[in-house]
Design a protein around this ligand. Sequence first.
Ligand code: FES
Ligand code: FES
Length: 446
Amino acid sequence: MSVQTTDHPAEEKQQFYDTHIFCCVNERPKGHPRSCCADRGGKDLHAHMKKRAKELGIKNIRVNQSGCLERCELGPTVVIYPEGTWYNPETTDDVDEILTKHVLNGERVERLYLEPDQKLPKPKMRNHLKLSVARVENLSSNIRLFELVAPDGAMLPPFEAGAHIDVITGGGHRRSYSLSNNPAERHRYVLGVLREKAGRGGSAWMHDNIKPGDTLTVMPPSNAFPLAESAGEHILIGGGIGITPMKAMAHRLKAIGEKYTLYYCSRDQADTAFYDEIKALCGDNVVFTHDGGDPSKGLNLKALLAEHRPGSHVYICGPNGFLNAVRNAASHWPEGCVHFELFAPPAPIAKADQLNEPFDVLLSRQGKTVTVPADKTILEVVRAAGVDVDSSCEEGVCSTCEVRLLSGQADHRDAVLSAEDKAAGKKIMVCVSRAAPGVKKLILDL
Ligand code: FES
Ligand code: FES
């Protein structure tokens, strides 16, 4: 059933299609100040909508590509007739929601809806979750488990192995923590949080303040550290608190029957969070190593990673020193086969006044140009101009502030984009990255 927003005479209601959807896939030359829906993923979204409408068995529907619908700043745009409802889907999940909620159930999808007179994107609807703390438990002298559930016992948004959630701390900062439980579970998120002595206060706040029965505000899960699920062979290497995403990965790999081995490196058994659970989960597929605080007595990484077998992927998470050691040992592996997640930037970002140059940023959806001076980040300047951009680490390691780069060459200073992504030049982490030296202007999809 379609959403009917106006009354028509009876004869006008006899449509050739019950639902006719136009998806803008217009493409403009690179660097065009208005950008276009093709640059914002319109073609893929159209293809997905067509396929999904079929899968859902929606009868008498037509999903067409269209040229520019003249609402480019709000794109990618789709319009659904006969009701004339406009939406701005950005992901395939958004498309699914439009089809299931609007087309099948006759309800408007408010978060994606474009008002008839709307000219600028709305500030992002913050879909924070308010979760109850069901359990807090010490896993070691400095690692604590936090189990979060919906207050009414409802199902939580799904997550993939390797995903994290951002917790909004008492000071209003976002701090990312990996989800450690089985991704098939929908009733809880389980975090393991290390009290970081040299951290920015988020983990200390969690340890000192959060107790069972409290409510935490979190952002829904997102995944910057996914498994290559059908690779064939997976080597998971977790150092210390880096075990948290690895545990979720082991659950998933076991469930889908992929070959894996988990190497869990820690100082000693007392410091080995989730020891019993991991032993029971992985059986013969886990190798525990304890170095007693001397890395030379730990896992022999060189021997382990000496040979790259076709189809094998390695995943690494842990403190920077550990992570670098594993990456060095796997430096001869094909790049796409080495996956890692950082907790902190690999090296201090260069100080602004030493290396930075000012440059302009055109915010294509706003039709506004701002100047980023040498001592400010793009993120700071864009926010000062009243444009909402999410951020978390603000150190280039979490990908929360990722923005589509429509034109201009960037100096990528983050630690999350792959070399391939950096070379493709389609995304930028605006908390740390800038225009490349000599480049005067970037165009961003903001
Ligand atoms: S390019 Fe899609 S509305 Fe203009
Ligand atoms: S906020 Fe984390 S990468 Fe920018």
